[in-house]
Design a binder for this molecule. Structure first.
Ligand code: NAG
Length: 345
């Protein structure tokens, strides 16, 4: 792993408008990350369409930018072939895409990335209010449109939420086998949680309607978290899974079949039909529950990815001096420029 100290850049004032209705101006200033180099055995990657590239998709918005920067740094730092990673950032159409370019390339001057604009209006009419308002943000639904947004030569992508850090090589996650022999096409890979109470993700209205609940009758459906997914974009495009998910969202507008934002439509389409991924790749729930944000512990077993899903975010708790013990594992990836850094330089 290449090591060098973080160099400091002059303070930049960067503005991102957060929603179409209110323009919140936030000043951000991030440190420059070191350059990360491929190890000698890495296969060559020359273009974005190269078969050896590892593709990573994330959304970028003002509220989670600090988390996204930490996630990017963690991916690079634990990769044996960091120069082979191609990042695909999806930003809301109400954000200033130019500023996003500046923010990313200021902290990661050597990063290979594209920024895509996600048209909020595509989903605004489809979003039904959920139990936590942060889940209702249009960009939260962008993961459903990756197959359309990314170039068609990108055949597989690892989607990552912004409230996580990796502590292992993302190439291992990207190489998850999707199963060669089966004729039922597997489109998505993610860790499954078969002990979670699957019933609770849908309303009694859903379960009491046989024409709806039959959806799960022919499969062993288990909960999975949509914050970490490996997606076969080729099969996704072939099967037009974007439309399949949108159809469930349209039904949700007419009758309430679930309570949680963007996750349940994914469960409706994919639960019980995904390729399994070891639980080490999504140690989720570290943000606590959706109501109180209590501290959570790790699940038993090894850890390759720490995910602060839930209400509490480590950067907020650290700033407010009420950090949970595991938030200390996020802190080393924080690129936020503090006044102490400026004084030190
Ligand atoms: C699962 O959740 C449903 C609905 O929330 C509840 O009625 C049921 O008792 C739960 N089952 C278990 C085993 O906890």
């Amino acid at each position: 792993m290449p090591s060098s100290t973080l160099s400091l850049i002059p303070t930049l004032l960067l503005l991102i408008s957060t929603t179409t209705t209110t323009t919140a101006t936030t000043s951000y200033s991030f440190k420059e990350a070191p350059k990360f180099y491929n190890s000698p055995t890495c296969p060559p990657v020359t273009t974005i369409c190269s078969g050896n590239a590892v593709h990573v998709a994330m959304t970028l918005d003002a509220a989670y930018l600090r988390g996204s920067m930490a996630a990017i740094l963690s991916v690079l730092q634990h990769s044996s072939c960091p120069e082979n990673i191609r990042f695909h950032f999806v930003a809301s159409s109400s954000a200033h895409t130019n500023n996003i370019h500046v923010i990313i390339s200021t902290s990661f001057p050597y990063l290979n990335f594209n920024v895509y604009t996600f048209d909020d209006s595509a989903v605004l009419g489809l979003i039904s209010t959920s139990i936590r308002s942060a889940l209702d943000c249009p960009l939260n639904y962008a993961r459903n449109y990756l197959a359309d947004l990314l170039p068609t030569c990108v055949k597989k992508v690892v989607y990552l939420d912004s409230d996580l850090v990796l502590v292992d090589d993302i190439a291992k996650l990207a190489a998850t086998p999707f199963g060669e022999t089966d004729n039922n096409d597997i489109v998505l890979a993610a860790p499954e949680y078969c002990n979670a109470n699957f019933t609770s993700y849908f309303t009694p209205t859903f379960w009491s309607n046989p024409s709806l609940s039959i959806t799960f009758s022919d499969r062993k459906a288990c909960y999975f978290n949509t914050g970490v997914m490996v997606i076969d974009l080729e099969k996704w495009r072939e099967g037009d899974y974007t439309t399949k998910i949108v159809e469930w969202m349209e039904l949700q507008k007419r009758m309430r079949i679930y309570e949680l934002g963007s996750l349940p439509p994914f469960l409706l389409v994919f639960a019980g039909k995904i390729a399994p991924v070891d639980h080490r790749w999504n140690q989720h729930g570290l943000g606590g529950d959706n109501f109180e944000g209590l501290c959570r512990d790790l699940h038993p077993g090894p850890v390759s990815l720490l995910h602060w899903s839930g209400k509490g975010k480590p950067w907020v708790r650290l700033d407010e001096n009420r950090a949970c013990p595991l938030d200390a594992l996020w802190a080393p990836y924080d690129l936020l420029q503090t006044s102490n850094d400026v004084l030190d330089s």
